[in-house]
Design a protein around this ligand. Structure first.
Ligand SMILES: Cc1ncc(COP(=O)(O)O)c(C=O)c1O
Length: 478
């Protein structure tokens, strides 16, 4: 009955607005609506939670952190399946185990060099720094700790541009960068620094010839992200590094989504600056790093003034617990690279096959140059927001966290030439180290059922089924 009522109301409402505007939204679901699908959402989610809470690994473990992580209770009832790994990753319990000692015994300031409390934490900080450097074949002295990739990206763009601006006042980046790169680049206008924003093709790829021809004698920096956070597209970093080195321009890459997940060698790839975020690699939030090349030396104006810590580039007392958790997370990324990569690739292929077997769905971004842990799919004739609401038992996002908050269609998908309708009907699925086969099976089934359910409510879908070519319809605007 609910289906019948919803169907007729939504249907009538949208029929009425059809003539007024070309409207992408097909069916909105009220917040409190109970969906009539064959899936017992709550029951299934509880079952899943049960499976996860009683895994052999947790039972056998002596780690309090592991037990805590899997038995966490929140005020939000049974927790949904987590598939939002680009927003953040769950802290690896082994990382938390590493961090706890700093909240009990090891409380010295790592910059205190007159007593053993300082020496102890300093030693731990330097060991973490080494682990972080190893992942990208950097020298330990080239790693500077920051609060996260947002700060690292700001440092790279503002720092380099301001240091060199007297002789070189131009930088190049792309339209599909994370907001923090785009905004940092735009903010340079007040320093009279000119910015070129390169377009990408319909697969999300930068054109190397365009990039090379955008370089001018006054260009000081090229910033191109390694893996895109919305569509998982991998840019040709090595080729870009080569071009930049040839023209003696510094090359920065935002590797927040790539570090530890795809192979990166800063020397082989001629990368001069690289941004890292700890919470994207199962480490704690609130910490990140920037790799700054020493030879040939990259100079930057620090954005924070103070005691001159971190080679004078980032003043402020380090947080040893965060640093050490980040270091352990990096060590684990390197140690478990082969296993993580195989696991994520297998689940990604299963998920992609399952989702693309639903009619009128398409994968966004290049399928070849692609990090498999990020799968972005458009479900035509279903509004993404309604689909997300119909999928409250699965934690997903329709794009980057800040974009989805504003409910603007994704600027990344726009840059690929997708229209509002398709951009609004796209969902990002993030797969990680702790994602299970059962979760992927559940998600494929749930999406298949609920896409079909929502399309049933959609007048557009009805027209498609009747064989009407939607492009042939003359829509009148307000
Ligand atoms: C590509 C990319 N760059 C930068 C950031 C910002 O990272 P952080 O949260 O460490 O500031 C993110 C996080 O969403 C990201 O995905």
């Amino acid at each position: 009955m609910l289906r019948a009522i919803a169907r007729s109301n939504v249907f009538k409402q949208h029929r009425a607005s059809f003539k007024a505007a070309r409207f992408y939204a097909t069916a909105k679901v009220a917040l409190d609506a109970k969906l009539e699908t064959p899936t017992d959402v709550e029951g299934a989610a509880q079952e899943l939670a049960q499976v996860r809470a009683t895994t052999e690994q947790v039972k056998a473990s002596t780690s309090n952190a592991l037990k805590h992580a899997f038995q966490e209770k929140t005020g939000f009832g049974t927790r949904p399946i987590y598939l939002d790994m680009q927003a953040t990753t769950p802290t690896d319990p082994r990382v938390l185990d590493t961090m706890l000692k700093f909240y009990t015994g090891l409380y010295g300031n790592p910059h205190s060099n007159t007593h053993s409390y300082g020496w102890e934490t300093h030693k731990e900080v330097e060991s973490a720094r080494q682990h972080i450097a190893n992942v990208i074949n950097a020298d330990v002295k080239e790693i500077i700790f920051t609060s996260g990739a947002t700060e690292s990206n700001n440092m790279a763009l503002k720092g380099v541009a301001r240091f060199y601006k007297k002789t070189k006042n131009h930088i190049i980046t792309t339209r599909t960068e994370h907001k923090c790169v785009l905004e940092a680049a735009r903010s340079l206008k007040i320093d009279d620094i000119d910015v070129t924003f390169l377009n990408v093709d319909d697969q999300g790829m930068v054109n190397l010839e365009e990039l090379e021809s955008a370089i001018r004698p006054e260009t000081c920096l090229v910033s191109v992200m390694a893996v895109n956070n919305e569509i998982g597209v991998m840019q040709p970093i090595k080729e870009i590094g080569k071009i930049c080195r040839k023209h003696k321009v510094f090359f920065h890459t935002d590797a927040a989504q790539a570090y530890g997940k795809v192979p990166i060698d800063v020397n082989d790839m001629n990368i001069d600056l690289l941004s890292i975020s700890s919470h994207k690699i199962y480490g704690p939030m609130g910490i990140g790093a920037i790799f700054v090349r020493r030879r040939p030396r990259v100079r930057l104006d620090p954005i924070i003034s103070g005691g001159g810590q971190e080679r004078g580039l980032r003043s402020g007392t380090l947080a040893p617990s965060l640093v050490s958790g980040f270091g352990e997370a990096a060590r684990l990324m390197q140690k478990e690279y082969a296993a993580d990569t195989a696991h994520i690739r297998r689940l990604s292929e299963k998920l992609t096959r399952g989702l693309l077997s639903i009619e009128h769905t398409s994968l966004n971004g290049s399928p070849e140059h692609h990090y498999p842990g990020c799968v972005n799919v458009s479900f035509a004739y279903v509004e993404g927001e309604s689909l997300l609401m119909a999928l409250r038992d699965i934690a997903l996002s329709s794009g980057s966290a800040c974009t989805s908050a504003s409910l603007e269609p994704s600027y990344v998908l726009h840059a690929l030439g997708k229209d509002d309708a398709l951009a609004h009907s796209s969902i990002r699925f993030g797969i990680g180290r702790f994602t299970t086969d059962e979760e992927i099976d559940y998600v494929i089934k749930a999406i298949t059922e609920r896409v079909a359910f929502l399309r049933e409510l959609s007048p557009l879908w009805e027209m498609v089924k009747e064989g009407i070519d939607l492009n042939s319809i003359e829509w009148s605007g307000h």
